[in-house]
Design a protein. Structure first.
Length: 175
């Protein structure tokens, strides 16, 4: 499974825990045929792309990235306890400052936007981003296997270590 799939599964799991009173799903493959069946609304998680930095000058490719996450809210209520402002506030509390497993940085808010209302369904988007590290999957012919990487994001130092079983551990050292 790819690191991006695992990252987005972690976001979904986080939102399922924080929003047991709403449907939490990945954005549908065919949005025009999506039907909201939940009595309150749904949070739809989508991958909006990754912006990569220039590669670190090594014998292999290593790049920092900013993974963009979009949560689309489809709500039956604009105001009130299940309305847009309350749900957006709950989303901020659940995700801003949270570090997803495998992410290089904590989640940051980017933007919120009102998309419109159709047939009594209010739609908003909440855009977020988190840091990632992309390292090429070196083939056996190079003789080089990256087992330890250090990333300084200006707020702290992150140490990534590939364990003998292939898993990657992450430690943060604040500045």
């Amino acid at each position: 499974m790819s690191a991006t799939v695992e990252l987005f599964t972690a976001y979904r799991n986080r939102l399922v825990q924080a929003f047991p009173d709403f449907a939490v799903e990945f954005f549908p493959d065919e949005p025009e045929t999506y039907r909201l069946n939940h009595p309150k609304g749904a949070l739809l998680i989508s991958y909006a792309g990754t912006r990569f930095s220039s590669p670190v000058d090594l014998d292999l490719v290593a790049q920092e990235g900013l993974v963009k996450v979009t949560i689309t809210l489809i709500l039956r209520q604009l105001n009130g306890r299940d309305g847009a402002l309350v749900v957006l506030t709950r989303l901020r509390k659940a995700l801003v400052g949270w570090r997803a497993p495998g992410a290089a940085t904590k989640t940051r808010a980017v933007a919120e936007q009102f998309l419109g209302e159709t047939a009594g369904l209010w739609q908003y988007t909440f855009d977020l981003e988190c840091g990632s590290v992309l390292v090429e999957d070196a083939d056996g012919e190079t003789g080089i296997t990256l087992v330890h990487a250090t990333v300084d994001d200006g707020l702290g130092r992150h140490e990534y270590v590939r364990q003998p079983d292939g898993t990657i551990t992450h430690d943060e050292v604040p500045l």
